[in-house]
Design a protein around this ligand. Structure first.
Ligand code: ADP
Ligand code: MG
Length: 321
């Protein structure tokens, strides 16, 4: 099968949304796509690369890989408060393996359908398996949510639970045992994270700063603190944990994994006192659980507390290099 047949079968015909969105004036099949952003909106663009052996395991199912590649990009759009609209896919493959491609394209199509986004282009090359996705979305002018907007007094929130994904990865590596139910739950949180699209757009005009948690709470909170030139004060016992995580690891270890872990793809955001009520309403309507874990103050760095007492032995987060 030629490169052109491959693109035609799996990505142009296989991913139908590109033909359905009216803002895709031309999608796959020319030198570039032409897209129409809504009036009075700004474009929001993000790219993530996933490399076999580094970001995913060799044995991952192709449909799961497609899901996760899209989900992590959508999570970045969510963190800016954007509505996702379009995707491009740069795919590097060691060989043209048709059953693999068919499953990958089906997984891609499924998540695109679910979030109503269109695959509008890409590139296909030969080499070690690597997936680079660019996700594009839009936000009403001036309403994007940055990392640099946190001020002293703002409350720090996270959506969902933290640490499940990191525990799921340990289970997949064979480094952690869990009951069958917990195993299924934790591994699913790792392989199929939920991009918090609805939550992100609900935070427009409410959150003063926002980001998604990909490298772990401890590491990522540092970005908000640095960008906003403030300090963060976190009560460890308020970090939201799933019962699966606590039952698998015990409370103290679960707290460590929740703070240091990674790939949660939950939103981490700050909200001024005066907008806390609006937050409850907005996220209640979006149906997303959220928990206050601390407060922004003047100063610098992240300061941890356990039941109000300073905790000096807190984990510091995951780094790629
Ligand atoms: P060019 O040589 O102009 O870069 P290509 O042959 O790389 O063109 O791509 C032809 C068309 O197919 C373009 O519209 C491109 O965006 C699209 N395309 C290529 N690879 C992919 C892919 N993996 N997924 C989606 N679209 C793709
Ligand atoms: Mg090309």
């Amino acid at each position: 099968m030629s490169e052109f047949e491959l693109i035609e079968r799996y990505f142009r015909q296989g991913c139908q949304r590109g033909n359905q969105r009216k803002d895709v004036l031309f999608g796959i099949g020319d030198d570039a796509a032409i897209l129409r952003a809504p009036d009075n909106n700004q474009l929001v663009v993000t790219t993530d690369t996933l490399v076999e052996g580094i970001h995913f395991l060799k044995q991952i199912e192709p449909a799961v890989l497609a899901y996760k590649s899209v989900a992590v990009n959508l999570s970045d759009l969510a963190a800016m408060g954007a509505d996702p609209a379009w995707l491009t896919l740069a795919l590097t493959l060691p060989e043209s393996n048709e059953p693999w491609l068919a499953e990958f394209a089906a997984g891609l199509n499924q998540i695109c359908e679910y979030y109503g986004i269109a695959l509008v282009g890409g590139d296909t090359t030969r080499g070690p398996l690597t997936i680079t996705l660019t996700a594009m979305g839009h936000v009403p002018a001036g309403q994007g949510i940055y990392r640099h907007g946190a001020s002293p007094g703002d409350w720090i929130f996270v959506t969902g639970h933290l640490g499940d994904s990191a525990a799921g990865l340990k289970i997949l590596h064979g480094d952690l045992a869990a009951s069958d139910d917990h195993r299924e739950f934790l591994v699913t949180r790792h392989l199929r994270p939920t991009p918090r699209i609805l939550a992100g757009r609900s935070l427009r005009g409410i959150a003063s700063a926002c980001m998604d948690i990909s490298d772990g709470l401890a590491g990522d909170l540092r970005h908000i603190v640095k960008a906003s030139q403030v300090s963060a004060h976190v009560e460890i016992t308020d970090v939201p944990l799933s019962s699966a995580l606590v039952e698998t690891l015990g409370l103290e270890q679960a707290q460590r994994v929740a703070i240091a872990g990674g790939e949660d793809y939950e939103l981490l955001f700050t909200v001024p006192e005066a907008r806390k009520g609006a937050l409850m309403t907005a996220l209640g309507e979006a149906g997303v659980s959220h928990t206050c874990i601390g407060q922004i103050r003047a100063g610098e760095g992240i300061h941890y507390y356990r039941n109000g007492e300073v905790e000096s032995d807190a984990p510091t987060g995951f780094q790629h290099f």
